[in-house]
Design a binder for this molecule. Structure first.
Ligand SMILES: [Zn+2]
Length: 383
C-alpha cells in the first residue's frame, strides 16, 4: 500500500490566474454565502462562483490591486459576469475562508477568541490564502489568534486542526511567517505524538518536513524521535515476547517506509550508534599554547568532569542510550565551572580544582554541543 496516498500537504504555490475567459457558467454553482447580487467582480474557484465587491479585495491586497489594474487584453469583460469569471487556483474551502475574513461581522470575529467557538481549520485557510494573495494584515490577524490559542492550549492546536495536512500547512506557514514560538509549540506537540506512537504522526511529519527546507531541524528531530519511540537505542526492558515469536521477530513499521525514508532512518541510527561509545570518554580538547599546565591539569580536570557527569546522570535514572542524551546532559552542566559540577568527590577520591582554562574548556564544549545539534539532521538526510 502506498502510504503517501490521500494525505497531501497543501502547498503554498504562487497565485495562478487563468488567462482564458470561461465560456459557460452552466455547470458552476453560485456560492451560497458569497455570491452577492450587487457584487462587481466574479471569481471561479473549482466549480463555484463567488460574486464579491472589488474594492474590499483591493483594499488590503497588493496582489488584487495589481490584478484589477492589469490591461485585460481580449478578455475585456473578465471578472464582470458569470460567463467570464476570473478563475483562481484555490480550493472552495480556502476561498470561502478568505471571503469570511473580509466580510465577517464583529460577533463572528469575536467568536474566534473563545475556546469553544474558535474555528481553527477556517483560520488556517485564512492564513494560507491571505499569505498567497498578499493580504498581510489578514494573515497576521489569523496567525495572532492561532498563536494566542496555542499559547493557552499548547496541546489542543493539533487536535483542533482535525487533519494532518492542516497541521503541516500551519507549521509551514508559521515558519515562513517567522512565528518561531508558534513553530516551536507545534513541533513539540507533534514530536510528543510521535513519541506516543500516535497513528500517522510520524509519516505526516516526514511529509511536511520534506516539502519545506526551512524545517530541516524538525526533519532531523522527527527521525530521531521515531527511533527513540521504537526503543531501538534502549537497553531497558520493554516487555517479554512469546518464546515461539523470537525467531521471526521483526519491526513491521520499516516495511511501510519508502526506500528513501528507510535508508535515512538506518543511516541516522548507524551514525548515532557509532558515536555513542566514542562519547563514553571525554572528547580530546583543542590545545591552548598559552597554558603551561594544559596537557596535565586542564586535560585531567576535563576528563574527570566528563566521567563524573555521565556517571551522575546514570545514577539519577537517565539511560544515556544515545549521543543526544549525552549532549543534553553536557549542555545542562556547562553554565557552571568544572569545579562546581560534581557533587560526589568522595566517590572518585579527587576533587576537581577549577583548571586555568575552565572558561576556555567550557566554550569548546559548548561549541561541540551546538555543532552536534546543528548537524543532527545531516545524520539522517544524507541525500
Ligand atoms: Zn589549560
Amino acid at each position: 500500500m502506498d502510504q503517501d496516498s490521500g494525505n497531501d500537504i497543501q502547498r503554498e504555490s504562487k497565485p495562478m490566474i487563468s488567462e482564458d475567459s470561461i465560456q459557460s457558467s452552466s455547470v458552476y454553482l453560485r456560492d451560497e454565502a458569497y455570491y452577492f447580487e450587487d457584487g462587481n467582480i466574479v471569481f471561479l474557484v473549482q466549480d463555484r462562483l463567488f460574486r464579491v465587491h472589488r474594492s474590499l479585495f483591493e483594499r488590503s491586497s497588493t496582489f488584487f490591486r495589481t490584478l484589477f489594474s492589469l490591461p485585460q487584453g481580449d478578455a475585456t469583460h473578465e471578472g464582470k459576469s458569470d460567463e467570464a469569471p476570473i478563475a483562481c487556483q484555490d480550493t472552495v474551502e480556502d476561498f470561502q475562508a478568505l471571503c469570511w475574513a473580509i466580510y465577517a461581522s464583529p460577533p463572528e470575529v469575536y467568536a474566534q477568541k473563545n475556546v469553544d467557538t474558535i474555528d481553527i481549520p477556517k483560520l488556517i485557510s485564512v492564513v494560507g490564502i491571505s499569505h498567497k494573495y498578499e493580504l498581510s494584515t489578514l494573515r497576521d490577524w489569523a496567525l495572532d489568534i492561532i498563536d494566542d490559542f496555542s499559547t493557552t492550549y499548547p496541546e489542543k492546536l493539533i487536535l483542533r486542526c482535525r487533519k494532518w495536512d492542516r497541521v503541516g500547512r500551519i507549521l509551514t506557514l508559521a515558519k515562513m511567517s517567522k512565528r518561531e514560538d508558534l513553530v516551536q509549540r507545534i513541533q513539540d506537540d507533534w514530536l510528543r505524538r510521535i513519541t506516543a506512537n500516535e497513528s500517522n504522526a510520524f509519516m505526516n511529519a516526514l511529509r511536511t518536513a520534506e516539502t519545506c527546507e526551512e524545517l530541516r531541524m524538525f526533519h532531523g528531530r522527527v527521525y530521531y524521535t521515531y527511533l527513540k519511540a521504537t526503543n531501538i537505542m534502549s537497553a531497558k526492558n520493554t516487555g517479554a515476547i512469546s518464546i515461539g515469536d523470537v525467531g521471526a521477530y521483526k519491526d513491521e513499521a520499516m516495511a511501510k517506509l519508502t526506500d528513501q525514508r528507510r535508508s535515512r532512518l538506518c543511516q541516522g541510527y548507524w551514525s548515532l550508534m557509532l558515536l555513542r561509545p566514542r562519547l563514553m570518554q571525554a572528547p580530546t580538547l583543542e590545545d591552548v599554547p598559552a597554558c603551561s599546565v594544559h596537557s596535565s591539569e586542564c586535560t585531567s580536570a576535563w576528563q574527570t568532569w566528563w566521567r563524573i557527569i555521565l556517571t551522575e546522570a546514570q545514577r539519577s535514572g537517565r539511560n544515556l542510550d544515545d549521543p543526544v542524551e549525552i549532549m543534553e546532559e553536557v549542555q545542562k552542566r556547562l553554565p557552571n565551572s568544572l569545579a562546581k559540577s560534581p557533587g560526589h568527590t568522595s566517590l572518585y577520591g579527587s576533587y576537581i580544582h577549577a583548571p586555568p582554562c575552565d572558561a576556555v574548556i567550557r566554550a569548546q564544549a559548548q561549541q561541540m554541543v551546538d555543532s552536534f545539534f546543528d548537524s543532527l539532521p545531516d545524520r539522517f538526510i544524507v541525500s
